[in-house]
Design a binder for this molecule. Sequence first.
Ligand SMILES: [Zn+2]
Length: 400
Amino acid sequence: MEGLKKFPPRPTGAGEMFQLFRDGEPRTRAALVATTGQSRSTVAARIDALCAVGLLAPSGEATSTGGRPPSTFAFVPDARIVLGVDLGATHARLAVTDLAGAVLAELEAPLAIADGPDAVLGWTAEAGEKLVVGAGRSLEDLAGVGIGLPGPVDHATGHPVNPPLMPGWDAVDVPAALSRRFRTPTALVDNDVNIMALGEHRTALPDERDLLFVKVATGIGAGLVMDGRLRRGAQGAAGDLGHVAVPGARDVPCRCGNVGCLEAIAGGQAIATALRAGGADVTTASDVVALVRGGDVAASQAVRQAGRDIGAVLAACVSLLNPSRIVIGGVLAEAGEHLVAGIREIVYQRSLPLATQHLRITASLTGAHAGVLGAGAMVTEQFLASASVDELVAQSSEQR
Ligand SMILES: [Zn+2]
């Protein structure tokens, strides 16, 4: 079917041409003419337009082959800034990044999500503005705000949907509230595990096409990056692994009303409860991590068994999705190798060789920063997409 063979589309507008610069490499006009096949005058006009909105700037001169050396142009990552916010049940983390994801300022503070949207978003706006100003910038420089919430979020609207840990937040228009407080049209909301998956992928593992990020903390959830893109499913509920039944599990009751759920067997709270029954002084997932780090044998064994139970559910995910990498994050991933070892043990045992031949299972590289990095990346991706850049260029030329 030679006649139907499709060639990759060549960059057509300024927004598409800008995508070439996102690798950070400087380029000359002549190199762009060669890459895009467009005329010298078209390329020059687009470079001028991108310089006018601040996304490109002259970066120096290329080596001359005789005559005046040609100018090079490069992406300006600090043309704008992005605020990433990661809200947990009892803590908040905020980071200001540039458009390439480099962190300019970051803070962490205790914050109870159960205080409700007015108090929490009010605090977030105040702390966010302080952080922006502390980084030597102003709210006018914001390309947008991205926020991760510890509960289900309807992706189309950005509204939380019956979030169990978040009383008072159901169906609240969080994007509108953030837009108003930060005076920016772009406010994007997703659940915490999705932004962690995005943060890990974009920052630490951009070359993995198919990645499964599993957060193991009080609860258990997963974020899916398939073919390089975050996949949320029909309603944004993809990856909600916490209430999948563990094969052959005991009839432990779960807060969702079922029995034998993964979270009820292997979540941080479940492990703490089991250890407390054995006489240990633990209440939270962090207490469990502290015990393991202190060399407690019973706690180490309990975490490794939790890893095996999580592995039993992940083995099914591996068969279904064939990821090349599984990343284990969340507070329990900080308990050394025990959790990851338990997961590896069962996944490799229970999956077919073709699916595990190149599969790597590792602890998160971005750790506690995964969420803010992903929240920022979610905004940057939208802001720097071809269509958004074209719009920015159009607005700027109307104003001139
Ligand atoms: Zn459940």
